[in-house]
Design a protein around this ligand. Structure first.
Ligand code: EPU
Length: 422
C-alpha cells in the first residue's frame, strides 16, 4: 500500500476542479440495472469505489465500456443474475444499492451484507422496512439477504430515521412497481436528488426529491440515455477547508454553491473569506481563525462527512469549539491520530470539545476511514515538519487525484510505497 508524505507550511493557492459526486455515482451505476438500453454516464469520478461497483455490475453480466476515465457506458440488457455474494460486495458499503436495483429489475435479489467504512453500527432496517412495504418478503440467512416479491406494489413508506441509503434504495425498487410509492421523511441530500434526476432522465416518474416527501409513480420500462453526475459536495468542502486551514486563496471550480451553504456559513463564522460565483467558490484567509460550534445533521445541515476536516480546522482556531456528531454513533475515532499531532480534543460519546492550539506538529498517522483520511492530510498541510499518512486505501476510495490536485495548489505532498504496511 502507498502512503502520503507531506511537508507542512505551504499556503494553498490557485484553482482546483471538483470531480463527480461519489455518493451519487455509487447509486447511479447500480440504477443502470433497471434500464433496458445503454446508459451513458458522464462526470464519473475515477475512484476506487467506482471501479468496485462497476466490477460488481460486470460480474452480474453488464457490458461496460469506458469512453474515457470519466465517461462510462453501461448496458445491462443481458444481465440475468440477481445474486451478489459476499466476495463481490464486501469491499463496499454502498453495494446495498444492488438490493433495490435488482429487486426493481427481477423482483428478486440475493445480496450479502456489505462492508465499508466502520464508524459504529450501520443498520439497514429502514431499507428493509421500505422493501416490505412494497410487498417484498425478506429472509436473512448466513449473512445473505434474500428478497423476493410476486409483484412490487406502490405503497406509503415512513422512514423512522432520515437515511440517504434507505431513501435511494426504496426509490430504486419503486420506479417500476405497480402504482404510486410515497416516501415520507426522506433524505434531502444532493445525491438523492441526483439519483432521482438520473432515473427520470431514463424515463422514470419521480417527483419531490430534495424535499422530505418523494412520490414515485411506477413505469413499465426505463430506456437508455445520457446523464452527467453532479459535482461532489464533500470533495468541494474538503478543498474549501484545506484552503482555510493553510491561510491560502483557492478557487474551487465545478461546484453547486447552494450545496455548500452550511460549510460556507461555518467558514465565514470562523473568519474565512468565502465568495460565491455561479459554479465556483473562492476561499481565502488572512485573519486568525476563531472558534465555532458545529453540529452535523442530514442535509441541509452541516454534513457528517466533513466533520473530521472541520475538526482539524477548529483544532487550530482560537478558543474552544464544541462539535456534535448528529448522524453516526462513533465518528471520532480519528481524533486519537490528530492528538498525536498536538491537537487538544476531548471526546465524550457524540461530542468533541476542541481547544484551539497554536500549531500542529507533523507525525506518522493513519487514515482510519475515508473522510478521516482527508482530515489527516489537511492536518499534515498545516503542521510543522513532516507528516506521513498511512492506509491510503480509504482516501483512494473516494477522492480522485487527491494529492495531484493538492500539489497543483502548491502543497508539498508525495505518494510513496509504504514499506511499513501490508
Ligand atoms: N440508519 C438506520 N437504519 C437504516 C439506515 C440508516 O438507523 O436502515 C441510521 C444510521 O445508523 C445513521 C443514520 O441513519 O445513524 C444515517 O445513515 P444513512 O443511511 O443516511 O447513511 P448511508 O446511506 O449508509 C450515506 C453516505 C455516507 C454518509 C451518510 C450520511 C453513501 C454511499 N454513503 O451513508 O458517506 O456519511 O450517508 O450522510 O452515500 C462517506 O462518503 O464517507 C460516507 C460515509
Amino acid at each position: 500500500m502507498d502512503k502520503l508524505v507531506i511537508t507542512g507550511g505551504s499556503q494553498l493557492s490557485g484553482e482546483v476542479t471538483v470531480s463527480g459526486a461519489k455518493n451519487a455515482v455509487v447509486a447511479i451505476i447500480p440504477a443502470a440495472l433497471l434500464v433496458e438500453g445503454i446508459c451513458r454516464i458522464e462526470n464519473v469520478p475515477n475512484i476506487k469505489d467506482v471501479t468496485v461497483i462497476i466490477d460488481m455490475l460486470a460480474q452480474l453480466g453488464a457490458k461496460i465500456h469506458y469512453i474515457n476515465k470519466n465517461i462510462i457506458e453501461i448496458d445491462c440488457s443481458k444481465v440475468t443474475s440477481y445474486t451478489a455474494p459476499y466476495e463481490m460486495v464486501k469491499k463496499m458499503r454502498a453495494s446495498y444499492y444492488l438490493l433495490g436495483a435488482l429487486l426493481g429489475r427481477f423482483k428478486k435479489a440475493e445480496v450479502a451484507f456489505p462492508g465499508g467504512c466502520d464508524f459504529g453500527v450501520r443498520p439497514i432496517d429502514q431499507h428493509i422496512k421500505g422493501f416490505e412495504a412494497l410487498g417484498v418478503a425478506i429472509e436473512m440467512e448466513h449473512g445473505v439477504i434474500n428478497a423476493s416479491a410476486k409483484q412490487l406494489t406502490g405503497s406509503q413508506v415512513y422512514m423512522d430515521v432520515v437515511s440517504v441509503g434507505a431513501t435511494i434504495n426504496v426509490m430504486l425498487a419503486a420506479v417500476k412497481a405497480e402504482g404510486i410509492t410515497i416516501i415520507e421523511n426522506a433524505a434531502k441530500e444532493p445525491h438523492v436528488v441526483d439519483v432521482a434526476n438520473f432515473l427520470n432522465a431514463m424515463g422514470a416518474n419521480v417527483k419531490g426529491a430534495g424535499t422530505d416527501v418523494i412520490k414515485i409513480k411506477g413505469v413499465e420500462k426505463l430506456s437508455g440515455g445520457t446523464y452527467s453526475v453532479i459535482p461532489d459536495q464533500i470533495e468541494a468542502g474538503t478543498f474549501m477547508i484545506a484552503a482555510a486551514a493553510t491561510g491560502g486563496d483557492v478557487l474551487v471550480k465545478n461546484v453547486i454553491p447552494k450545496h455548500l451553504e452550511s460549510i460556507t456559513a461555518k467558514l465565514i463564522e470562523m473568519n474565512v473569506n468565502v465568495k460565491e460565483y455561479d459554479d465556483a467558490i473562492r476561499v481565502s484567509r488572512m485573519e486568525k481563525l476563531v472558534k465555532a460550534n458545529v453540529k452535523t445533521l442530514p442535509y441541509p445541515g452541516f454534513p457528517t462527512d466533513l466533520q473530521p476536516p472541520i475538526v482539524v480546522l477548529l483544532s487550530i482556531a482560537e478558543g474552544t469549539s464544541i462539535v456534535t456528531e448528529g448522524v453516526w454513533d462513533s465518528r471520532f475515532q480519528y481524533v486519537d491520530e490528530l492528538k498525536r499531532m498536538g491537537a487538544d480534543i476531548k471526546v465524550e460519546g457524540r461530542i468533541a470539545v476542541v481547544e484551539g492550539v497554536k500549531k500542529l506538529s507533523g507525525s506518522p498517522v493513519n487514515a482510519t476511514d475515508l473522510r478521516a483520511g482527508a482530515a489527516m492530510v489537511i492536518a499534515g498541510l498545516v503542521a510543522d515538519g513532516r507528516t506521513e499518512v498511512h492506509h491510503l486505501k480509504h482516501i483512494d476510495r473516494g477522492y480522485e487525484n487527491f494529492e495531484e490536485k493538492l500539489k497543483i495548489l502548491g502543497a508539498n505532498i508525495k505518494r510513496v510505497k509504504d514499506t511499513d504496511s501490508d
